[in-house]
Design a protein around this ligand. Structure first.
Ligand code: ARG
Ligand code: ZN
Length: 466
């Protein structure tokens, strides 16, 4: 191997001529190193994510003071170059960066909107494993989504509600902020004594020193950046292990505790019921964060531990729990396919109701189908929302669920539930696309389903009566 290197160098030097601007210490590959793309190529969010590398792990050490709203952070990203990189971007919005190193060497950096452009001292070879450390601080500001809602680091009266879908992760840590790039996470979160900081995965312990307490969390299964949380507040904490060995950690704002208690009590039975339907629960940890965050207006399926802006009702708990399979364990490759998350979680609500003495999925379907053609439900096809502004609109949820119901009717219950389980297991800890889902449903049912998906998923307007 070593003997071949001089030949390669000579060949490169002969063809490439004098090195273009930039350092050459990186060796042969450096000559051809180029900048990583500023986005992952998602037309709905062109600058979300970045090209040229994959992150395998984030180590986030944060210190937050709810009174001053000041955040100090150090993010250590372990990554691998997927091309020879002269420089690469991270996504970070707001905050002040004070230092960046790559493989422990000081790196150049500049800010350009939501891009943090990092230039390592030497170019990175394709396949090189590297470590980026970003030191930053400031007052995080929530992001405004295309639909007008806020996400990211959202201050509350006693801390912060931290929910990153679709774009908000970059408001509190530098990330490859697209669900295509999943990684494991370690969190070390320091807050004033008396406050609690809750992240994803398994709770590793806390330590109080003087006026501050540090909470440590580990999310070992791969997670998309938007599903990360580090929610801070005054919480009542409840911990237990389920019969299946899943470690549950619930954090509840005392103002929501009374309303939340009867619903949270059902979490183990909801997870068991969903495990029977969808296959084994995909994570080591589970739980809920029930915050008191009036004005947020939504809940989020933060991985292993959904985040609620107030005490959830049972349907919402079922919905966010179903996302652990559909959306979290099986991730999107592009935001256009959002119905794979929201249509499935909504259909899980219908199934729960149907199997617990309520209306049938058919009745839910019929009630929706009765809406006039002018209703917003028919405004666009759930498989083609058109832009990031529509990804959380009614057609994605309700008509996405109607699509699954049509599939169920077409292939019958046994094949339908086989498809759901096969989807969750084949793409566990990974990704799935709409085309892959259709192909799987066709393979398992032995049916050509083009017409069905074309009508229900991909064509705008109200379909003719099924
Ligand atoms: N995925 C969440 C849910 O359905 C909704 C998130 C909405 N986020 C937003 N920024 N509007 O459960
Ligand atoms: Zn949802």
């Amino acid at each position: 191997m070593a003997a071949a290197v001089p030949v390669a160098v000579a060949a490169l030097l002969a063809t490439a001529g004098p090195a273009a601007a930039g350092p050459v210490h990186g060796g042969p590959a450096a000559h051809r190193a180029t900048a990583g793309a500023p986005g992952a190529g998602d037309p709905y969010f062109p600058l979300a994510g970045n090209g040229g590398y994959h992150v395998s792990h984030y180590g986030l050490t944060l210190r937050y003071d709810p009174r001053t709203r000041h955040l100090d952070g150090t993010a250590v990203l372990t990554a691998r170059a997927t091309q020879a990189l002269s420089r690469f971007d991270l996504d970070l919005k707001g905050l002040k960066v004070t230092a960046v190193t790559v493989d422990h060497a000081k790196a150049g950096y500049r800010r350009a909107g939501q891009e943090l452009v990092v230039t390592p001292r030497t170019a990175l070879r394709k396949g090189h494993d590297f470590r980026v450390t970003v030191t930053y601080s400031g007052t995080p500001e929530p992001a405004t989504d295309p639909d007008g809602s806020a996400d990211g680091w959202i201050p509350t009266d006693d801390g912060a509600f931290v929910a990153g879908e679709p774009q908000g992760a970059m408001t509190w840590f530098p990330a490859n902020n697209h669900p295509l790039d999943k990684a494991s996470y370690d969190f070390t979160l320091t807050v004033p004594r008396g406050d609690t900081a809750v992240a994803n995965g398994v709770f590793l312990g806390s330590r109080t020193a003087g006026a501050r307490t540090t909470f440590r969390w580990r999310q070992s299964e791969p997670m998309a950046a938007y599903l990360a949380t580090a929610t801070v507040g005054r919480f009542q904490v409840q911990q237990y292990t389920t019969r299946d060995g899943v470690k549950v950690y619930n954090a509840v704002d005392p103002r929501e505790a009374k309303a939340a208690a009867p619903v949270l009590k059902q979490l183990p039975s909801v997870l068991e019921w969903e495990s029977r339907l969808f296959g084994p629960y995909p994570f080591r940890a589970a739980g809920a964060i029930v915050d008191h965050a009036p004005g947020v207006g939504y809940a989020l399926e933060t991985q292993s531990r959904p985040l609620y802006d107030s005490a959830p009702d049972l349907a919402t708990l079922v919905h966010e729990s179903a996302h652990q399979w559909f959306g979290d364990s099986v991730s999107l490759t592009r935001w256009q396919d959002i119905w794979l998350n929201e249509g499935f979680a909504t259909y899980a609500e219908w199934l729960w109701t149907e199997q617990h003495g309520g209306s049938s999925a058919q009745q839910e379907f019929d009630a929706l189908y009765a809406r006039p053609a002018s209703d917003g439900l028919w405004a666009f096809a759930p498989g083609d929302p058109g832009s990031g502004a529509n990804i959380f609109a009614t057609p994605v949820y309700a008509r996405g669920a109607m699509t699954l119901h049509e599939l169920r009717k077409a292939v019958g219950d046994p094949a339908f539930f086989r498809v759901l389980r096969a989807w969750a297991s084949a793409h566990r800890d990974g990704h799935g696309t709409t085309a892959q889902f259709i192909a799987l449903a066709e393979r398992i049912s032995g049916r050509n389903l083009d017409g069905l998906f074309h009508t229900w998923l991909l064509t705008g307007g109200k379909p003719a009566a099924p």
